[in-house]
Write a protein that binds this ligand. Structure first.
Ligand code: FAD
Length: 360
């Protein structure tokens, strides 16, 4: 590590509640999941963190229902199907322990040489090795940027909540036009005192069956669709009271609302990775392709986040990188070069995979 990198990685005070582990994987996209599998084969159990409430990264978030044709041995599968298969592959190893819905915010070196990682949910890890599988960055919800939002209490405005129990008995406004927004409005209709769905135009991007259910609930009066945009939120000591909004003709109007569920989309942000002191070029981590080691000892990087001569941002290439990183980390953590073993014939790997010896 260079002098400047060493300065950038500041030690922090360790906490006694920290999770001690040999390996931490940052990012549960396809490559983070396969990294867990490859580490498992080396006998290394990892913890896995992702900013999203589910695993799968770009495959699940950006093209879950679209077909992929270039995964070796799988002629065709959708993004979500690939994620399910990767998940199924690591299931028998009883790993990794997952920490979803939280972004790794800081990464710093402890006095004993391990790494301390802390997430936005306050989870703290002390780990001997780190695998940055952060893809194009952490997927985080796009924020509603209007006057008054910053003063709202945390439970008054929810971004992309995965369930809608907070709507119970409330006057709710769901803001957005995609499938998640439509689903949320449908879910709220049976819980909330009043459900409104606001979007810029009267067209929603959702599967036909959801659109049919939305229409039926509109027809019965259970959901009111409002066409316009929020311009301001009004609150009393952080408690949401009403929304100012503008209709299609540019007229300002007011709606009385006491819960706001915002679905403006989720987009990737590189976030704090750039501040962790590893060599970085054009927003990609620079690694040694023989080991996937970054410029910081014990930190490896794999998948779309890395750069090396000839790098291709393909899932297949990320799988290879995860394998190289697992072998290199096994040598670093276990102090000797691991033997190359085949899953077809190795009794040790069969034990890890929970399979019985094939009968001949
Ligand atoms: P990602 O899939 O981006 O996952 C990274 C994960 O890390 C994310 O879930 C993110 O939330 C999380 N993360 C990042 N930072 C943090 C942090 N600080 N804390 C917590 N979590 C964090 N490739 C192919 O091989 N074949 C194809 O057909 C194909 N089609 C594609 C179609 C589209 C529309 C797109 C956009 C891409 C396609 N790709 C395809 C590319 C492929 O999806 C990527 O190469 C692959 O997803 C990279 O995987 P990854 O695990 O490195 O990163």
């Amino acid at each position: 590590m260079s002098e400047s990198q060493a300065t950038a990685i500041q030690p922090d005070s360790p906490s006694s509640n920290a999770i001690d582990t040999d390996a931490l994987i940052i990012g549960a996209g396809p490559i983070g999941l396969f990294q867990a599998f490859q580490l498992g084969l080396q006998g290394i159990k990892a913890h896995l963190v992702d900013a999203l409430p589910h695993v799968g990264g770009q495959c699940a978030q950006l093209y879950g229902h679209k077909p992929i044709y270039d995964i070796p041995g799988i002629p065709v599968c959708t993004g979500k199907e690939l994620v399910q298969l990767l998940d199924q592959q690591i299931a028998p190893m009883n790993l990794p322990r997952r920490h979803l819905n939280q972004q790794v915010q800081s990464l710093s070196r402890l006095a004993d040489g391990r790494w301390q990682a802390v997430t936005t949910a306050g989870t703290e890890f002390h780990t001997r090795s780190v695998f940055v599988a952060a893809g194009v960055g952490a997927f985080v919800p796009k924020a509603l940027k209007v006057a008054g939002v910053d003063q709202l209490a945390a439970d008054q405005l929810l971004y992309h909540p995965s369930e809608t129990s907070s709507a119970l008995g409330r006057s709710v406004l769901v803001y957005g036009g995609d499938e998640e927004a439509v689903q949320a409005a449908i879910d709220c209709a049976s819980l909330a005192a009043k459900t409104r769905l606001m979007h810029r135009r009267d067209a929603f991007d959702a599967a036909p069956d959801l659109l049919a259910r939305l229409q039926a609930l509109r027809d019965s009066g259970a959901i009111e669709v409002v066409i316009g945009q929020i311009t301001e939120v009004q609150h009393n000591a952080g408690q949401l009271q009403a929304l100012q909004w503008m209709d299609g003709e540019g007229r300002e109007q007011t709606l009385s609302v006491d819960r706001l569920l915002v679905y403006l989309g989720i987009s990737p942000r590189l976030g704090p990775i750039a501040d962790w002191g590893m060599a970085i070029e054009k927003k990609q981590l620079v690694i040694d392709p023989a080991t996937m080691a970054t410029s910081a000892q014990g930190i490896y990087a794999v998948g779309d986040i890395v750069s090396y001569p000839g790098k291709k941002k393909l899932i297949l290439c990320g799988f290879h990188e995860a394998t190289m990183a697992a072998f290199a980390a096994a040598e670093y953590l276990q102090g000797e070069k691991p033997l190359l073993q085949y899953t077809t014939t190795s009794a040790k790997l069969h034990a890890i995979l929970g399979v019985h010896h094939p009968q001949h």
